[in-house]
Design a protein around this ligand. Sequence first.
Ligand code: C2E
Ligand code: MG
Ligand code: MG
Length: 679
Amino acid sequence: MLLKHTTPKDSLKNLLPAGWATALKIAGGYLLAGLLWILLSDRLVAVFITDPTALTRLQTFKGLIFVLITGLLLFFLLWRHLRTLRRAEEQVFLAAQGISAEIGDAFFTSLAAYLAQALNSDCALIAAFEDEEKHQARTIAFWRDGAIGDNFDFALKGSACSALHTSESCWCPNGVANRQEADHPFSRMQIEGCLALGLRDTRQRLLGVVLVMSRQPMGQKKTAESLLRIFASRAASELERRAAEKKMLRMAYYDELTGLPNQQMFREGFDAALGRARQSGSQLALIYLDFDRFKTIVRTLGHRHGRQVLQLTAERLSQQMDGQGLLAHLDGDEFALCLPQVNSVEDVQGFIAQLLAAIKIPLNVVGHELYVTASIGVAVFPHDGQDSETLLRNADVAMSRAKALGRNNVQFFNPEMSRASFQTLVLENRLHRAMERDEFVLLYQPQLDLSRGTLSGMEALICWTQEGRSQFSPSEFIPLAEETGLIDPLGEWILLSACEQNRLWQQAGLPPQRVAVNVSARQFYHRDIAALVARVLRETGLDPRWLALEITESVLFRDISETVRTLEKLRDLGVHLIIDDFGTGYSSLSYLKNFPVGTLKIDQSFIAGIPDDRGACTITTAVVAMAHHLKMSVVAEGVETAAQKAFLAEAGCDKMQGYLFSPPLRSDAFADLLERSAA
Ligand code: C2E
Ligand code: MG
Ligand code: MG
C-alpha cells in the first residue's frame, strides 16, 4: 500500500501556530471593539458631557480616537504573532541543522533527545527491525527521562504501534500500558500515550520506527506528528546506510554458505581469546576439523547437495558449541573451533567425543541417509604454541596425522609430528585438498624430431597450481601420492585427461601426435594398468597408437616376470611403451631385449653432461647405438643447449625434448604449436 507523502515543509507549516486562527482572533477582537464602541461610546460621552456644542466637537474626534486605538492594538497583536512564528521557525531549523550534521548512532541519539525535549515527552526512541518479518525491533537510540537509556528489543505485534505495517503512523493518546501485555517493555515503563511514525525506504519498505512516549496522556497530535515527519526521511536513509554497512561487514567476516564466522573473523577472535588466556593463565584448545572424503560426497550428490551437507553439519557443530567459544568455517570442508578455559585434556576429549557423536548421526540429503566422518587435530595453548600462527599450524599438522591414520579419528599435536614428518604431513594434506579443489593441470612438453626438425610427439606432465602459482614439483608429490594411494585417482585422472585432450585436438583437425603419459610404480604393479588403459581408450575414443606410456627404468626391473606380463598386455592394446630415465636404474641390459618396448628415453643427467663430460657423451652414444640395435627409438630429455642438440643429432638420437625446444605448455598453447606445425 502506498502511503501519503508529506514534505518537511508541510510538516513545518503544521507545526507552527496556525495563521488563520490568529487572524480570526485579531479580526474578532477588532469586530468586538468596533461594535462596543458604536454601541457604548455615544452613551458614555453623554454621561460626562452635557454641553451640545462640545458634544458635537467631541464626536468628530471620537472616530479619530477609535482608529488610533484599534490601529495600535492591531500593530501590537500582529507584531507579537509574527515574532512567535519567526522564533518557532528558527528553533526547528536550528535543531534540524544540528541533528542532520551528525551521522550514524550520534544522529539517532541527538534526534531522540531533541524529540523528547521538543515534545515535552518522557521517552523518545528510534528502532530498526532485525527480522525479515519485521515483528521484532531493536532500539538504536533511546532517550529516557533526560538521559540515554539502554537499548532493548520489543515486539511490534501486540504493541500500541502494531498498525505501522499498514499505516503511516500510530497515535495512541492514552491507555498504552493497558493495551499491551504486562511484560512488554512499554508496559513496564508505564507508558500512557505514544505516537509512532514508520521509517520507510524509497520503495516504502518499513525499516524502523521513531516513537515518542509519555507517562501522561498525550495531546497535540498534529504538532508531534509534524515534528517527527521533519526528520523521518533523514532517519530512514540513515537506517538504510546502517543496514548496508552491516551487510558489508557480514560479507567480510562471515561465510555466506554456513553463516558462520570466516577465517578472518576466526583469526581476530582467536587472537583475542589467546590474549585473555595469557592474562588469566588459563589453557585454550584449538580444534581443526576436516570432513573425510568430502569430494566423493560432492561427486556423488552434486555441488548443490554438497553445500547442503556443509550447511547441515555446520548447524550441528554450532549446536555443540552452545554459544561458547568460537566456531568458524575456514574453507572447503574445514572448520576451526576454539575452546577457551580448558582445564584438562579430558575436557577437550569429552567435547570432541560429543562433537563426533553429533557428526555421526546420518544426514538426510535428497532422501538418502548420508554418513559423514571427520578427522580432527587439536593443539593446546600454551603447550603446543604461544601464538595463533603456531597453534593453527600445529592443529593442522595433527589433523593431517589423523587423516593419514585412516581418517575418522582425533589426534592431539605432539612435537614428534612437527619434526621429520611435518613437511610430509602438510604436503599430504595439501595433496588431498588439491585433488578436491581441482588444482592439478596437465602440461604438454613437445618433442622434436632431430633429423627432420619437426614436432614429433609430446609428454604429458602434471602440474600443481594454487591460485595460478606452481606449488610443488611432481618429483616431490608423486612419490607421496604413491605412498598414500592418492596416485590411484590422480593417475586415472591424468590418463583420462591426456587421452581426452589428444582426441579433442584430433577432432579439431590438428595433426595427430602421440602423447606420452608417465606411469608410476604403484599404478604399474598394484593396479590392473592394462584394464585401466583399455577402459580410458574406450571412453575417450582415442586410437591406441596415439598413446604412449612412460615407465621409469628402476620400476621396470623390480619384478621382471611381472613386468614382461604387464608390458605385453599393454603392447597388445596397441599403445607405445617407453622406458623413462634410462641409464639411472643400473638395469641388466640382457633383459632389455625381452621387453616389448618401443623407445628409450635417456635420462637428463647424462644430457646435462654433454658436451664437456666425456663419460656422459660416451654413454649417450652407446645407448643410442644399443637402442637402434634393439629396434628401439631414442629420445633425449632435458636438452637445454644448442651444443647438446648438435651432439645428439650427430650421435643419431631420434628425438629431443627440453627447454631448448619448448617448456611444458598448457593445452591451448600446445594447440597453437600443433596448428603452426601443420602450416
Ligand atoms: P620425467 O618423466 O623424466 O619428466 C621430465 C622432467 O624434466 C619434467 O619435470 C620436465 O618438466 C623436466 N624438463 C623438461 N625439459 C627440461 C629441461 O630442458 N631441463 C630440465 N632441467 N628439466 C626439464 P617435472 O614436470 O618436474 O616432472 C618430474 C618428474 O615427475 C617426471 O620426470 C616424472 O617422473 C614425474 N611426473 C611428472 N608428471 C607425471 C605424471 O603425470 N604422472 C606420473 N606418474 N609422474 C609424473
Ligand atoms: Mg617422463
Ligand atoms: Mg625422465
